[in-house]
Every structure is written in C-alpha cells, then in structure tokens.
Design a protein around this ligand. Structure first.
Ligand code: FAD
Ligand code: SF4
Length: 483
C-alpha cells in the first residue's frame, strides 16, 4: 500500500476507438474497472498539505479544485472499496460530480503534489467512477426536504451555477423556481458542450432529481422580455441572475457578413437540436465543406469534432497564440496547471480522419473572400509573438506571409463578451460579491465572473446560495422585531 505511486503508472479513462466514435455523437470516454480505479486511488500520497483541493486563484490561474473537493479523503475510501462512503464524501462539496467528472479540465491534477516528480493522480477519472457507480447502484435518490421556510427564490438561468444555487437553497428549505429561456434546462451543459463530451441524458437525469426534490423549472421564459426584473422582485423574496456570459465576440473584419460565416455557439446549438430530432439548417451542416474554425480554444475544438462528425471535407483551426510546449515551461511552476500541448479528443479525431492536426498557430484573419455574397475563402497573415522583459506580449505580422485558405464554412469561436452589458440590458447592475444595486437581486456564475468553467459555476452557485440564505434570515429577523 505504501509508495504505490512509485509502482503504478497513471491511467485515465480509456477512450472509444477514434474511427468508431466519429460515426456518432455518443460519449467518447469509457469506464475503467473498479480494480483499476482503486489502484489509481492508491497512487494518492495523502499529503499533509494537499494542494489539489486548495481551489484558489493565483492571478487568473486556478490552483486546485475550486469547490474544495476532499480528494485525498475520497481516494482513501476508494482504496478501501468503500464506494458508498466515497460517494457521500464527494457530494459534500460537489453538487454535480457527474458533470465535472466528465468535462472538468481538472485544475486539481495540475496541483497534485505527485505531479512535481511523476504523473499526477487521475483525480477526475476517480471522481467520475465514484458518481457513475453511485447512480448505477441506486444510491442517488431524491432527498426530501423536511421543513420549508416559506421564503421564495427565483433563479434566472439553468446552467450549472443556477442549478447548484437551486440545489443548495432548496435543501435549505426555500421554495425555488428556475426560469430558463431555452426549451430545456442545463445552460451550456445542454446547449454548448457537445454530447460526445457530456451525454445529455446525464444532464436530464440530474434535472429530474432536482424537480423530484421540489425545485420548479419553467422553460421558455425570457426574463427581460416575457417578465421584468421588477415583476420578479415583487413575486419572489430573492432573485438570482445566473444567466451566463454567452454573447460571443464577433470578427469585425472585411467580408464577415458573408453567408457561410457562422458563430460557433449557433452552430453547436443547432447540432444539439439535430440530436433532439429537429432538422439541421443547411447553413449549419459542414458535410463536404472546407471548414475553417477561427479560435484556438475549447469551443473551437468542439466545433472541429462536430464538423468531423458531419462529414466535412477538411477542417483547419486558426489559433492566435503559438503552440504550447511538450514540457511544463519555467514560467509555469507547480502548482500552476502545466498547460502543455495535448492531443484532445477533437484533434485525435482529425488526425485519424484527415491524417492532420487541424491546429495552426499565430494566424491573423485579415479578410473573408466571397463570391455572390457566399464565403469562398479567407486571407490570413502569419504572426510573430514577442514577450518583453515585463512579460507583456506583442504580436507582429511576418512580411510576405499572406496566405489564402479555401473555405465554404467559417465558424467564429474567438471568445465571449463580458456579461455586464447583457445584465444591464435586462435591468441588473452588479455591485460586489454576488450583490446588485437592488437588495434582493443577486448575480452568480459566468454572469458574474465572465465565461469560465463548470466547476467555478458550481462554486458560484453554492456561494450565492449562502448569500441569499443570510439575506432571507436577515429579513426574518426584521419581521420578528417589527411584529
Ligand atoms: C462550447 C463550450 C464548451 C465548454 N466546455 C467546457 C468544458 O468542457 N468544461 C468546463 O468546465 N467548462 C466548459 N465550458 C464553460 C462552461 O460551460 C460554463 O463556464 C458554464 O456553463 C457556466 O455556467 P452558468 O450557469 O454560469 O451559465 P450557462 O451555462 O451559460 O447558463 C446560463 C443560462 O441562462 C439562460 N439565460 C440567459 N439569459 C436569460 C434570460 N434573460 N432569461 C432566462 N434565461 C436566461 C441561458 O439560456 C442559459 O441556459 C464550455 C463553454 C462552451 C461555450
Ligand atoms: S471538480 Fe474538477 S477540479 Fe475539482 S476534483 Fe473534480 S476534476 Fe478536479
């Protein structure tokens, strides 16, 4: 048992064969055997000061698990084959481990002490196994709320932040109603993250549980259009805006109004609607098309994987930054994420289907070329990145590096706007720490932090719930003293 980390190699969840999985939209990650997961948990050193669960920011960087999962503790329970104990310990800090166990980028692993000298513990794979096993064994059942407080809370938005806040407040005994403008709950878990990363039945299963526990969910309600913030403030004792930060940045270059230039979120959402049996509009169908994805991030990668499944003739992804290194850079010491070059699912698929990594680096898109208003190509320039001694980066175009890529479909995935303007448009003005200028209106999740991660959204949901609960308790005290 001692020093298992010296004997056992890291093993994460196996993946389906690439040439098989590109034919469907089912999840690409599979399960490990219980025995293999137990061995992986045995690699945990049970450090005196575990950094994996610190969960804070150094600058903009997340160190460890933002929801402070008790990782060494559930690892130990798994080594003892106490899967039920591990499940209960996991649920103390994480409302939705079935989401994070599938799609969290696992900052915990970047901060794992073993990672200083060896490969880190496969924390995310262990987490997913614990929760999947709990569902399979029937341990995850609706928890009855024994006593209701009588207070009512409206939550606008049903992404992970809204759902986590709803779960917490409902268990505290408050009456919770979620208002969601989409036709189905889940936020980006439902419309955004593709099915091959996170099966939508996994999202629906959790939504059904919350409803069975008493959370009311009203879909198809666009707050600010169908109902005003003032009306909600009158109807409910507290209102939380967990509306995300989904407004995408636009290209703003010549020709970007051509038909065939689409926003990544519209494209991914259309693909999800197709999974639900709706017809896919031809503009969102990459079949036989030469596809360019502008933006080197995860949203871009999800577009690559979707275009491959639709049967694109070719897919190229433009990144603004240089390629990452194979090894952790000197500027990224532990416990920062190593941020090395990895071949994520979409890139492995591109290599298998087209024999090419779709990623190109240091590319600036200058002009979209069109014929009769339809995109036919894109003109780019190769850039050079120079970092000055203060760490400030500048980009310069390399002379005579202009290149034209043929394109029938261009997907724009260059990031998201800050959420403030969208909130103001609805009538919400943020102040600080989850509060707004109106005393019973709160903000959480991407709507507060900007586009982030599911694990941060869960943390925000949990923290705003605490804030709302103490606000309602103050109201209770005021009522008592005035009566
Ligand atoms: C393509 C893509 C892939 C991603 N992949 C990952 C990943 O692999 N791992 C990871 O950790 N993170 C990932 N993220 C980020 C992650 O999904 C978000 O950080 C997270 O979902 C934010 O949660 P949220 O609840 O704050 O907001 P959202 O999930 O954006 O939910 C907000 C909800 O509010 C609703 N809403 C907005 N305005 C109104 C209104 N006026 N009235 C009613 N409802 C409204 C929206 O319809 C939406 O359902 C990804 C993001 C994208 C775009
Ligand atoms: S939620 Fe993410 S950061 Fe936290 S333990 Fe799980 S994989 Fe790691």
């Amino acid at each position: 048992m001692k020093h298992k980390f010296l004997e056992i190699a890291r093993q994460t969840l196996p993946e389906r064969a690439v040439d098989d999985r590109v034919n469907d939209y089912q999840e690409y990650a599979m399960r490990l055997s219980d025995e293999a997961v137990k061995e992986q948990a045995e690699r945990c050193m049970d450090c005196g000061t575990p950094f994996c669960h610190v969960g804070d920011l150094i600058g903009q960087e997340t160190i460890g698990c933002p929801i402070h999962n008790y990782i060494p503790e559930w690892n130990k329970l798994v080594t003892k084959e106490d899967w039920l104990g591990a499940y209960h310990r996991l649920m103390e800090t994480n409302n939705f481990p079935e989401f994070t166990g599938r799609v969290c980028p696992a900052p915990c692993e970047g901060s794992c002490t073993l990672g200083i000298s060896e490969e880190p513990v496969a924390i995310k794979s262990i987490e997913r196994t614990i929760i999947d096993r709990a569902f399979e064994n029937g341990w995850v059942t609706p928890r009855t709320v024994k006593q209701r407080t009588g207070w009512t809370v409206a939550i606008i938005g049903s992404g992970p932040a809204g759902l986590a806040a709803a779960d917490q407040l409902n268990q505290m005994g408050h009456h919770v109603t979620i208002l969601e403008k989409a036709d189905e709950a889940g936020g980006l878990l439902m419309y955004g993250i593709p099915n091959m990363k996170l099966d939508k039945e996994v999202v629906r299963r959790r939504v059904r549980l919350l409803e069975a526990e008493g959370v009311r969910i009203r879909t198809g309600v666009n707050v600010g259009v169908d109902v005003s913030v003032d009306a909600l403030r009158k109807e409910f004792d507290a209102v939380i805006f967990a509306t995300g930060a989904q407004k995408q940045r636009t290209l703003g270059i010549e020709g970007d109004d051509a038909s065939g230039v689409e926003m990544a979120m519209d494209y991914l959402t259309a693909s999800m609607h197709e999974r639900k049996g709706e017809a896919l509009a031809p503009r969102y169908d990459a079949a036989k098309k030469h596809v360019i994805v502008i933006g080197g991030g995860d949203t871009g990668a999800d577009c690559v994987a979707t275009a491959i499944r639709q049967g694109a003739a070719s897919v190229v992804q433009f990144g603004k930054h240089p390629s990452k290194g194979i090894l952790r850079g000197v500027d990224r010491p532990w416990p920062l994420q190593p941020d090395t070059l990895t071949t994520d699912y979409a890139y492995a698929e591109s290599l298998a289907v087209y024999d090419e990594d779709p990623r190109t680096y240091l590319i600036r898109s200058n002009r979209i070329l069109k014929e009769s208003d339809r995109v036919v190509g894109i003109e780019t320039e190769q850039m050079k990145k120079i970092v000055n001694p203060d760490g400030q980066a500048s980009f310069f175009a390399i002379e005579n590096s202009t290149q034209v890529y043929p394109a029938d479909l261009i997907l724009v995935a260059i990031g998201f706007e800050r959420p403030e303007q969208e909130l103001r448009r609805i009538g919400v003005e943020k102040t600080k720490h989850f509060h707004t200028v109106q005393d019973n209106v709160f903000v959480a999740g991407d709507a507060r932090r900007g586009q982030s991660l599911i694990v941060w959204a869960i943390r925000e949901g949990r923290e705003v719930a605490e804030e709302v609960d103490s606000f309602l308790n103050t109201c209770q005290e005021r009522l008592k003293t005035s009566s």
